[in-house]
Design a protein around this ligand. Structure first.
Ligand SMILES: Cc1cc2nc3c(=O)[nH]c(=O)nc-3n(C[C@H](O)[C@H](O)[C@H](O)COP(=O)(O)O)c2cc1C
Length: 404
């Protein structure tokens, strides 16, 4: 095994990427009230680029106000967002990094009170419980057009590519799953009909951007909800998306009951690391295995020749290197480890072995839409701040505006 395998350049579409390490989409709860880019966001992205992350996938950006997931999420839904997005792209480019905008529509998984989400069918969202009426043909067309308009804004702002969010229970996932898409028109009723929304979004985005732009997809290959979409359908759909112009595929899960379905807890955390990170309740539990979407990625590898981005619980350099060396994936994407160690890529380049510092406790995820993105385990006083917020009932006020 070669330690340098992670530091070989890679390519997605026409975009050259300096190494195989990708920052996976991680929403930062740091936008302004109207979804605009803030200084804090510029700092977060510049820090990652300065520290040699090869490709940064932005946190999901809502392309339509009806598709906003949470407060302080970044918006790409109107032209007024472009100047801020331009500053973000410039900050990444200053350090030679590459930045793709993740285009999203939350569907009925939206946690924003007062917006009017969209869904293929009036089925309670497995994560939020929210039920909304079945989208009309005109509403579906409007959502597709919103993805395309968002893509055009990202081009204007100087992004290097687009990443369409088709996983983790959001609108595209809802159209992809037989549990949430119970339509019998051309948008549902068979696996092929359930491809239609995703494929139409991809085609519309492709059409809205110059051919040199990379367009990639995050795909939920199977539902994490029992009785839902099976892996064969997800793998087949990826083949269709590759044929329709996707330049790379990031592998994840589709419909979710819990946030931890896509972000599993305590990955590679044995007794010693549990003790070191004050996870006393984990002292007697076995670690969750690394690379938990590796099997779907391997199945996908047999079906598509486009680059694969594997996300989900890579925690040791050895695992990351093996994945790339064996060709299971071309890129390794990490979300939570970069929250705690934005300089992780530099450390790996300098030969650091052993696991990343993140213990996948998911406090970062719990605070999404409550506080801006941070690791709540360091410095240790943050654990106390977290405990106080929880005791005061902060999480019960689901949509309380975040405090900093
Ligand atoms: C705080 C937080 C925010 C996230 N936001 C996004 C997002 O905006 N877009 C996305 O595709 N995935 C998002 N995810 C999921 C991650 O991209 C990733 O799939 C998941 O955390 C597993 O990777 P990891 O084990 O390296 O953290 C988020 C995860 C966390 C912890």
């Amino acid at each position: 095994m070669s330690a340098g395998v992670l530091f070989q350049p890679g390519r997605i579409g026409s975009v050259e990427i300096a190494n195989r390490l990708v920052r996976a989409g991680t929403s930062e709860t740091a936008a302004g009230e109207a979804g605009e880019i803030t200084e804090k966001l510029v700092e977060i992205y510049e820090d990652l680029a300065r520290n040699r992350v090869g490709l940064i996938l932005s946190g999901h950006m809502y392309c339509h106000t009806r598709g906003q997931y949470a407060t302080r999420q970044v918006g790409i839904h109107e032209d007024g967002m472009v100047p801020g997005l331009t500053r973000l792209a410039e900050a990444v480019h200053r350090h030679g990094g590459k930045l793709f905008a993740q285009l999203a529509h939350a569907g009925s998984q939206s946690r924003v009170v007062g917006n009017q989400p969209l869904a293929p069918s009036p089925i309670p969202n497995a994560l939020t419980g929210r039920v909304v009426g079945a989208a009309s043909e005109a509403e579906i067309q409007e959502a597709i057009a919103a993805f395309a308009a968002g893509a055009a804004r990202a081009v204007q702002a100087g992004f290097d590519g687009l990443h369409i969010h088709g996983a983790n229970g959001y609108l595209i996932s809802e159209f992809s799953s037989p549990l949430t898409n119970q339509r019998t028109d051309r948008w549902g009723g068979s696996p092929e009909a359930r491809d239609t929304f995703f494929v139409e979004v991809l085609k519309a985005v492709r059409k809205a951007v110059p051919t040199r732009m990379a367009v990639t997809v995050k795909v939920g290959l199977q539902d994490a909800v029992p009785g839902g979409m099976q892996i064969a359908e997800g793998v087949r759909r990826c083949g269709i998306l590759a044929g329709a112009g996707a330049d790379a595929i990031e592998v994840s899960c589709n419909a979710m009951r819990l946030p931890s379905d896509s972000a599993k807890e305590y990955v590679a955390v044995g007794r010693r690391r549990a003790l070191g990170d004050l996870l006393l309740h984990r002292l007697l539990s076995p670690p969750h295995p690394e690379a938990y979407f590796l099997e779907p990625a391997r199945l996908l590898r047999k079906r598509v020749s486009k680059p694969i981005i594997l996300v989900g619980g890579m925690r040791t350099p050895t695992t990351m290197e093996l994945i790339v060396e064996r060709g299971d994936a071309d890129f390794v994407a990490l979300a939570r480890p970069f929250i705690r160690e934005p300089d992780l890529v530099v450390k790996l380049a300098e030969g650091r072995r052993g696991p990343v510092a993140c213990t996948s406790c998911n406090l970062c995820l719990m605070h999404e839409s409550h506080h801006s993105l941070r690791c709540w385990r360091i410095p240790r006083r943050r654990l106390m701040e977290h405990a106080l917020y929880r005791l005061r009932g902060g999480f019960r006020e689901a949509h309380r505006p975040h405090t900093d």
